[in-house]
Design a protein around this ligand. Sequence first.
Ligand code: SAM
Ligand code: SF4
Length: 379
Amino acid sequence: MAGLYLHIPFCKQACHYCDFHFSTLLQQREAVLAALVQELELQQGYLAGEQLSSVYFGGGTPSLLTEKELDALFTAIHKNFSVHPQAEITLEANPDDLDLYTLNVLHESPVNRLSIGIQSFREEDLKLMNRAHAVEQARDCLRLAKEVGFEKLTADLIYAMPNMSDADWVQNLDALLQYDLPHFSAYALTVEAKTALHKFVKDGKVQPASDADQKRQFDLLIDMAVSRGYEHYEISNFAKPGQRAVHNSSYWKSEPYLGIGPSAHSFNGHSRQWNVSNNTKYVQALSRGELPATVEQLSIFDQLNEQLLTGLRTSEGVNLARLEQRFGPELVAQLRAGLLDLKDDWYQLRHDQLVLTRSGKHFADLIASDLFILADDEH
Ligand SMILES: C[S@@+](CC[C@H](N)C(=O)[O-])C[C@H]1O[C@@H](n2cnc3c(N)ncnc32)[C@H](O)[C@@H]1O
Ligand code: SF4
């Protein structure tokens, strides 16, 4: 099974914290969408005929797509790929787009899962983030999405915001938990270079949350979510039993996926590639029948390290016996030796299943990179 990701690189306005690829020049959308269709055609063979278990419209803002534009993309997907009849088909949506009309259009389309970017139920956070929606719209769209019949719903929240006390975060999270969604994601705010937020912090206009604030709010998040029946199955992701995201899980399990659109990444087990993060260059290359992508062949070390990085973020962790079968005993012996340098309370190793504990999860990326196995010439 494989996944297909389509990047819709447009937003109505730039959120102050966001460094994903998007443009606010909406007049380019016709040309970009035509190029996405061309790329679907060009990349038809990338997944070697594997059936798609998931399709994911991400962005940018896929909820800006009209019914006609969405139809054209689905026609091109079905023309070039085989989609499993029960495939998970997710579309990322912003609350300000989700009126009753759009929700009905989406519900009648093949989209069967909505991922709604709520971010916060506090007006002051939404203002600081420069979101295009207000709290009222966030509340309305969650209620309406359920009413039109979307069963698979997920929402994003951001914590460790400037000026967010623990009590504020608890109240915010509780506001989302009231909707009893089958799934949600909560991300700690990252101050990304070259964003407006980065400049506010640099100019002293905004005081970022401290590491201690972030750690406490992460703990509150896990405790509250688990007490309401959610499984904490990946650092930032929570699902009711049986409701884990199929598409994102395929990334964490190192399954193959194809990414279409400017900035989209693809992975086929042996190489990784990423498209140019520029709408004009993307359209120009595809009009010449070229793929504007950079390809990186993954060495055996890269493949192993990648599995550690993604696997250790999940509640299943990584299985050392399975890694040994794939990468050989020598590299995994190095990995086992690396574990001895970690703090005992950061991980558990039971029947060769390596899993991070709650305190380890605070440092998941750091722990994975400490365990990375390097080729002799990389030491
Ligand atoms: C790139 S957005 C695309 C979806 C949609 N446009 C939206 O804004 O809801 C996906 C998610 O990434 C998260 N995100 C983006 N930038 C972030 C940052 N700097 N720190 C934490 N979370 C971030 C937000 O929660 C957002 O919902
Ligand atoms: S967070 Fe979403 S809406 Fe905001 S700029 Fe990024 S992609 Fe666009």
